[in-house]
Design a protein around this ligand. Structure first.
Ligand code: GLU
Length: 418
C-alpha cells in the first residue's frame, strides 16, 4: 500500500529541517522556527439567507514576527484546517525573508466552500471573521491579503470592518484591495506576473527560448488564469489549463485571454471549452509539456505521480504543490522545480508596495509597480540559483536556506526575551 500523501504541514516541516541541516542551525532555533508564534481559532456564527444559523470555523496563524509585522492571505476553502493554515503561514515567513521585504509570515482561513454561499452571506462571514481576529490584526501587526477563495471585494469588507471598529479609515490593514479604497496598481496580476518572471529566468538560465516552449497551467483562478495569459502573450504555447471541474487541452495552443473573458461572462468552467479536449486535473499534471505551472492547491505533485511528470520545468504558482517525496523523485529525474516561495512571491511583493503606498498615502504608477516587481523577482531568482549552484542543492533548498537563514539571523540579532 502506498504511504499516505504528505500533508502541507508535514511538507513544511520536512523542508525546514532540510534548510536547518544545511545551515547548521542549532536545535533551539530550529524548534523556534518550527513552532508558530501565535494562533487564533474563532467560531463564526452565520445567519444564512433563509434565516437559519450555522457556525463556521476560522483561523489566523502568525508564524513568525522577527523581521516585521506578520503578512499573509486569507483562504476560504472547505478543506482548510489549522494545520494547513500553519503550513501556509510558515511558507509566508520564508517567502517574505527570501525576497527581502520587512515582514514575518501569517495566514488565515475559514473552512467554507464559498461557491455554496451568496455574496451577502460571504460579506457577513468576512465581517464576523474580521471582527473576531481584530485584536491581533493591524497595519503594524498583521496585514491580511487575498488567497484561494477570497478576492479584492473580501479585502474591502475586511478593511471596512476594521476601520468602522477603529472609528477611522485604515487602508493599510489589508492588501489586495480595490484601487478605489487604497489598492495598488498591478496588485491584481502580480502573482501571475511573478510566475512569468521566474519561469523566464529559469528558461533563460537553461538556454531555452520561451517561444519553443509548451505550457500546462493547473488552476484558472486569480493566479493560474493570468499566468496562462501572460505566458501566452510572451510567446509560449499554452496547451492546457484547468479548474476544479477539469481541464481543456489543445496541442495547437489555447487563447487564455478569450477563456478568461468567457469565464467573466458566466462560463462555469474551462472544462469542455469549445475547440478543446476535456482532460482531468490528474492528466494535466502528466502532460507532455515543457513547463508545468501548478497554480491551485497543495500536494498535487506527489510520490505516486512524480515519476510520470513529463515537464522539464515546474514553476510553482501555488503554495506547496509539490510534496518533499515528489521533490526527491523530480530531482533524480532532472526536473527543475522553481519553488513556491520564489515563483509565487510576486503577490506579496506588490502587497508590500501597496502597504507602503497606504502608509505614505502616495501612489505609484503601474509601470513603477511592475518594474520594481521585476527587479525584486529577478534579484531573488539570481540569489537562489547562485546558492543552489554553490551548495549543490535544489532551488527549493536554496530558497529555503536564504529565507530561513535571514529569519534565524534576525532572531539571533534581537536576542531571546527574557
Ligand atoms: N496569498 C498570497 C500568497 O500566498 C499573497 C499574500 C499577501 O499578499 O500577503 O503569497
Amino acid at each position: 500500500m502506498a504511504a499516505a500523501r504528505q500533508s502541507a504541514w508535514e511538507s513544511a516541516q520536512i523542508q525546514l529541517a532540510a534548510a536547518a541541516r544545511h545551515l547548521g542551525l542549532e536545535d533551539g532555533t530550529h524548534q523556534l522556527l518550527a513552532t508558530p508564534r501565535r494562533e487564533m481559532t474563532v467560531s463564526i456564527p452565520l445567519r444564512r439567507d433563509d434565516g437559519h444559523v450555522e457556525v463556521l470555523r476560522g483561523y489566523r496563524v502568525q508564524h513568525n514576527l522577527s523581521r516585521g509585522p506578520a503578512k499573509g492571505g486569507i483562504r476560504y476553502h472547505p478543506s482548510t484546517d489549522i494545520d494547513e493554515v500553519r503550513a501556509l503561514a510558515m511558507w509566508m515567513t520564508w517567502k517574505c525573508a527570501l525576497i527581502g521585504i520587512p515582514y514575518g509570515g501569517a495566514k488565515g482561513g475559514v473552512t467554507i466552500d464559498p461557491r455554496l454561499y451568496s455574496q451577502n452571506e460571504l460579506e457577513r462571514v468576512t465581517r464576523r471573521y474580521a471582527s473576531e481576529i481584530l485584536p491581533i490584526i493591524g497595519p503594524e501587526r498583521d496585514i491580511p491579503a487575498p488567497d484561494v477563495g477570497t478576492d479584492e471585494q473580501t479585502m474591502a469588507w475586511f478593511m471596512d470592518t476594521y476601520s468602522v471598529n477603529k472609528g477611522y479609515t485604515v487602508t493599510g490593514v489589508v492588501t489586495g484591495k480595490p484601487i478605489s479604497v487604497g489598492g495598488s496598481q498591478g496588485r491584481g496580476g502580480a502573482t501571475s506576473r511573478g510566475v512569468l518572471f521566474s519561469a523566464f529566468a529559469a528558461l533563460r538560465e537553461a538556454g531555452v527560448d520561451p517561444r519553443d516552449v509548451s505550457v500546462a497551467v493547473q488552476g484558472f483562478g486569480k493566479v493560474g488564469g493570468l499566468a496562462a495569459q501572460f505566458l501566452h502573450d510572451a510567446g509560449c504555447k499554452v496547451v492546457a489549463v484547468s479548474d476544479v471541474k477539469g481541464g481543456a487541452y489543445n496541442s495547437m495552443g489555447l487563447n487564455p485571454a478569450a477563456m478568461i473573458r468567457a469565464m467573466k461572462q458566466g462560463l462555469d468552467s474551462v472544462a469542455g471549452y469549445p475547440g478543446t479536449d476535456h482532460i482531468s486535473n490528474e492528466e494535466l499534471i502528466e502532460l507532455d509539456v515543457d513547463v508545468l505551472v501548478p497554480a491551485a492547491l497543495e500536494g498535487v505533485v506527489h510520490e505516486s505521480n512524480a515519476d510520470r511528470v513529463r515537464a522539464r520545468f515546474i514553476v510553482e504558482g501555488a503554495n506547496g504543490p509539490t510534496t518533499p517525496d515528489a521533490d526527491e523523485i523530480l530531482e533524480d529525474r532532472g526536473v527543475l522545480v522553481v519553488p513556491d516561495i520564489l515563483a509565487n512571491s510576486g503577490g506579496v511583493a506588490v502587497s508590500y508596495f501597496e502597504w507602503v503606498q497606504d502608509l505614505q498615502a502616495y501612489w505609484w504608477t503601474e509601470d513603477q509597480v511592475n518594474d520594481r516587481l521585476k527587479a525584486i523577482m529577478e534579484g531573488a531568482y539570481a540569489e537562489v540559483s547562485a546558492l543552489a549552484r554553490d551548495e549543490k542543492v535544489s532551488l527549493r533548498t536554496a530558497a529555503q536556506m536564504i529565507g530561513v537563514g535571514r529569519v534565524a539571523e534576525a532572531h539571533r540579532t534581537r536576542g531571546l526575551y527574557p
